[in-house]
Write a protein of this length. Structure first.
Length: 169
């Protein structure tokens, strides 16, 4: 199965999850990281792409939760993590790319996403995510995704600080 097919299959699974946009934002995003992006409800308040200063750190927190959940699975060399956990991490990252840009996730087509320009994204993110998508349950893919998150978090911190500095001038 190709990287694009794995990605699309997981997003389709998320689309089938009818997530209600009620309650705490963290809980909603924990269940479905694309709940706001895929919602057919008319949403106006607290949208992740309008409140990136609040939502992006929440997504980094959710990655840390996923990471802590997956780490014990790798205690033995024969163990693998749950594919859905890794795919949730990937989809969450891509959603953040769009949110930082000030947009909802525009497309679920992997080829279209790869062509997008984002203000904050790790170096070679498309190649690295494609590598992970091909074997998402393996330990070295988990490590690669964690490294992507580490780089992304640093870049976002710098981007956010510069944005705040410009706003205060």
């Amino acid at each position: 199965m190709s990287a694009a097919a794995v990605f699309t299959s997981y997003v389709e699974k998320l689309k089938e999850k009818k997530t209600e946009i009620k309650g705490e934002r963290l809980d909603i995003l924990r269940v479905n990281p694309l709940a706001f992006d895929l919602s057919s409800e008319p949403l106006t308040d607290g949208l992740p792409w309008q409140k990136t200063e609040e939502c992006v750190p929440v997504m980094f927190e959710l990655w840390n939760e996923l990471k802590e959940k997956m780490l014990p699975r790798f205690q033995t060399r024969k163990s693998r993590c749950e594919e859905d956990d890794m795919l949730q991490g990937i989809v969450s990252m891509i959603a953040m790319f769009y949110w930082i840009k000030g947009e909802r996730l525009q497309t679920v087509d992997w080829e279209d996403i790869k062509q997008q320009m984002f203000p904050v994204a790790p170096i070679n993110w498309t190649e690295r995510l494609e590598f992970i998508l091909l074997k998402p349950t393996q330990y070295h893919c988990f490590i690669q995704l964690d490294e992507l998150y580490t780089e992304f978090k640093k870049q976002y911190g710098k981007y956010d600080a510069l944005k705040k500095l410009k706003r205060n001038r």
